[in-house]
Ligand binder design. Structure first.
Ligand code: FAD
Ligand code: NAI
Length: 503
């Protein structure tokens, strides 16, 4: 009775409350509060990177207790799970970027952000050298910072396995500029194919889009490419669209080895329906300017002409990580995958250096899920250590120590502490977009999330999973601003289609 009579008022009140919350969040975002200045008596915490691990650490860290310096060649966080959507214009790049200062400016104490590459770590002197590698150089473009704690969250580089010609001829898909380059090159291939007088063989080559690597990056990119072809190119380039071919090359017997067998079959079947060719058991041996050389399952060698090549064959350590590994030496650093850490993410063979996310070599998969959990774990360690230090400082005895003695004591405490709980991780499942409004999801059973019981998880695929995939990523986006931008992009594309202009 009551609800029936007053439903219009109730809906109005809910909308009003929603609008007020939205307005408040926007106002708060535009008006950052005053911050405490950095304090020389506090330990210096230097964080390398602005990706998943570093950003999660920064979000949870109590910066009142540390002088935090964040160093990264890019001044924003990038929401990588939606990066493949930016290669064809389903989303615009800025919709999935979150400038670091939108985070650092809201911390209680000032955080120094330095845009540059960490080019040298000296674990003995405890310093990091940073070089500004951007196009515009000021009078100073190299600077050295000393640290009490160093967090290496520099992620990973693209693996090429030393295959000839990859760097020169292929596009990668890891960073914002990679997605921009792919989008530009894709439209260039299409417009070049449309150039009057182009030969048939050349048109077929230019319109052959090859993806190497059947992991989730390669699969999601091929899926986006298919959607672009079907939803947009078919209308604007009717004479060319039917000639565009997409081929996904994978060295193993199947794509997506980390997903369940049912979902692998479902993906391969969906790709076949969408006319995306999967070539399993095919290994790329060399990349040339206009063709790739592959070894097929029967060991025969084939030359495949291509217009655009996207290389997504996984990770290898970045130069700065390799340099640190070499400096520490093989007795402690003996993995080719990344920096070896103990169960608390302390770098083995070094003092007060921590490594996490894709930069580290652990038993966990190199995913955003793991990197952000590790960032939050490390933040909780630093927060607890700082609290303990503050309590000790309050004690009469601590007041007899000088500032330097107190600082070094706090640092030593965290380095040698044996009562730190190790990092643990429960996999929350994997999601991937496979094209034509379909996604796949491998989710753990609720029992295995809350208990140590190992029960089989759930596998879903299809259109409903696609909506689940979209809502999961939308709610995972860091800020309200990005949620609005991504929603607007999705809406704009469903009304007007994707933009086919070449930047
Ligand atoms: P990153 O996020 O890569 O951050 C590394 C940071 O270090 C960057 O800011 C970089 O600029 C900076 N840096 C680099 N060199 C230096 C230097 N010399 N000095 C200082 N800073 C430096 N995972 C999932 O769980 N789910 C997904 O759906 C998913 N989708 C993905 C889609 C794509 C296209 C890609 C490429 C990856 C995806 N991943 C996904 C994996 C996920 O993005 C990574 O595991 C995650 O980014 C790792 O976080 P990180 O902080 O270790 O590294
Ligand atoms: P990956 O390591 O998962 O897959 C790379 C694939 O390339 C492998 O299947 C490998 O067999 C193949 N390959 C290697 N060399 C080859 C060659 N010469 N010729 C042909 N094939 C070759 O790499 P990816 O996809 O870049 O992912 C990296 C990490 O990011 C993974 O941990 C992944 O789980 C995570 N990720 C997760 C996503 C999701 O959950 N939706 C999306 C994208 C990445």
């Amino acid at each position: 009775g009551f609800f029936r009579r007053h439903w219009t008022h109730l809906v109005g009140a809910a909308l009003g409350a929603g609008l007020i919350c939205f307005g408040y969040e926007v106002y708060s975002m535009r008006h950052p509060p005053a911050q405490l200045p950095q304090d020389p008596s506090k330990p210096n915490l230097v964080v390398l990177g602005s990706g998943w691990a570093a950003t999660a650490l920064l979000t949870d860290l109590d910066t009142e207790r540390y002088n935090v310096i964040v160093i990264s060649p890019r001044n924003y966080f990038l929401f990588t799970p939606l990066l493949p959507s930016c290669t064809v214009g389903t989303l615009e790049l800025r919709s999935i970027m979150q400038p670091m200062r939108y985070i650092t400016r809201f911390k209680s104490r000032e955080v120094l952000f330095v845009e540059g590459d960490a080019t040298d770590i000296d674990p003995v002197k405890k310093t990091v050298t940073v070089t500004d590698n951007s196009e515009i150089k000021g009078e100073v473009s190299t600077q050295t910072f000393s640290y009490d704690h160093l967090v290496v969250a520099t992620g990973a580089d693209n693996a090429t396995f030393g295959i000839k010609g990859v760097y020169e001829n292929a596009c990668f898909l890891k960073e914002a500029w990679d997605a921009r380059k792919i989008r530009t090159k894709l439209m260039d291939c299409i417009e070049t194919a449309a150039f009057p007088g182009q030969t048939d063989a050349e048109i077929d080559r230019l319109l052959h889009m090859v993806v190497v690597g059947g992991g989730p990056t390669g699969v999601e990119y091929a899926a986006e490419l298919h959607d672009f072809l079907k939803d947009d190119l078919a209308a604007w380039y009717p004479e060319l669209a039917s000639r565009v071919r997409i081929t996904l090359i994978e060295a193993l017997p199947h794509v997506l080895p980390m997903f369940s067998k049912t979902l692998i079959d479902y993906t391969e079947q969906t790709f076949a329906e969408n006319k995306v060719a999967i070539r399993n058991r095919t290994m790329v041996k060399e990349v040339r300017q206009k063709e790739i050389v592959v070894q097929c399952a029967d060991k025969s060698i084939e030359h495949i002409p291509y217009g655009l090549l996207v290389w997504a064959t996984g990770n290898m350590p970045r130069p700065i990580n390799r340099q640190l590994i070499a400096k520490i030496g093989p007795s402690a650093q003996n993995q080719r995958r990344g920096i070896v850490v103990d169960e608390c993410l302390r770098v083995k063979g070094a003092e007060n250096i921590w490594a996490l996310g894709d930069a580290s070599a652990t038993s966990f998969p190199p995913t955003a899920q793991v990197a952000s959990r590790q960032g939050r774990y490390l933040a909780s360690l630093f927060n607890r250590a700082a609290e303990a230090q503050a309590a000790a400082d309050a004690h009469h005895e601590a007041q007899l120590l000088s500032d330097t003695e107190r600082r070094s004591r706090a640092v030593v405490d965290l380095q040698t502490a044996t009562d730190i709980p190790p990092f643990t991780h429960t996999n929350l499942g994997s999601l991937a977009y496979i094209g034509a409004d379909r996604a796949i999801a491998d989710l753990p059973s609720p029992a295995s999330l809350f208990t140590s019981e190992k029960t089989p998880g759930w596998s879903f695929g299809g259109v409903a999973t696609f909506w689940f995939w979209r809502s999961a990523y939308l709610s995972n986006l860091f800020a309200l601003r990005n949620r609005v931008l991504v929603s607007v992009d999705w809406m704009r594309n469903s009304i007007f289609g994707r933009d086919i202009g070449r930047e």
